[in-house]
Design a protein around this ligand. Structure first.
Ligand SMILES: [Zn+2]
Length: 242
């Protein structure tokens, strides 16, 4: 049948009407909903893959962009709704925690931020000066100034080259995992836990272990991992009289 003929159009019209009538019956609708729910659960991966693929198509991308451009005000209003904001907050946090649970991602994030700052110096400077004039920023700068200064003075970047060399010669590899990828120095007792920046508080550590350990107490950390604390760390802690 010719799809452009009047006869066909009439036929489609009638068929659509019959379909609508059939699917509006409560028992049919229920059955249909149950089936699609089951399908969605069973084919979660397939559906999300499909969505991803479709959204990545240049045509769709362009269409979404145009739509967003046209409905900018509408979108703004939408994200101001309290229920939407609450939902977004939860999902953001979930996403953030998931990302943060992988130390590789933490490192990536730091590097990305650094790169962004480098490329947008003026912008970040403007933001910073605006932030530190806001009530939140003022509070932060007033409360944290001494602490920030102390940490800066103690940071391993300020350490003398000789001291760095001695520590690297002593440890050679990451004291936590024995690896030698992206080595740096780590405070055994973190500065946040009032650790110092004297010779006996430094060990060589890879970046992955460094970010995994974070500000945790080193002995607690090993207890959690169910591993023995390396001898060198115990010796250094003893020398610190902790
Ligand atoms: Zn390591």
């Amino acid at each position: 049948m010719d799809k452009n003929s009047e006869k066909y159009k009439e036929f489609r019209k009638r068929a659509n009407k019959a379909n609508r009538k059939y699917f509006s019956k409560p028992e049919v609708r229920e059955k249909k909903n149950a089936y699609s729910k089951k399908y969605r659960i069973e084919n979660k991966g397939k559906i999300s893959e499909y969505g991803k693929r479709i959204r990545a198509l240049p045509k769709t991308k362009e269409r979404i962009k145009i739509w967003k451009e046209k409905n900018r005000e509408h979108i703004k209003e939408y994200y101001k709704r309290p229920e939407v904001r609450a939902r977004k907050k939860v999902s953001n946090k979930k996403h953030y925690n998931k990302r943060r649970s992988n130390p590789e991602n933490v490192i990536k994030e730091i590097e990305e931020k650094r790169e962004y700052r480098k490329n947008n110096l003026e912008k970040t400077r403007r933001w910073n000066s605006k932030y530190y004039k806001s009530p939140k920023g003022l509070k932060k700068s007033a409360l944290g100034y001494r602490e920030r200064k102390r940490r800066l003075e103690c940071s391993s970047n300020n350490m003398s080259k000789e001291m760095r060399k001695i520590i690297f010669e002593r440890d050679k590899v990451c004291v936590y995992c024995g690896g030698n990828n992206k080595l740096g120095l780590d405070h055994i007792v973190s500065l946040k836990s009032r650790g110092n920046s004297l010779f006996n508080n430094f060990v060589v550590s890879c970046r992955v272990c460094n970010s995994k350990k974070g500000h945790q107490d080193v002995i607690e950390w090993y207890k959690q991992k169910k591993e023995l604390v390396p001898k060198i760390i115990l010796e250094l802690l003893k020398k610190q009289k902790i």
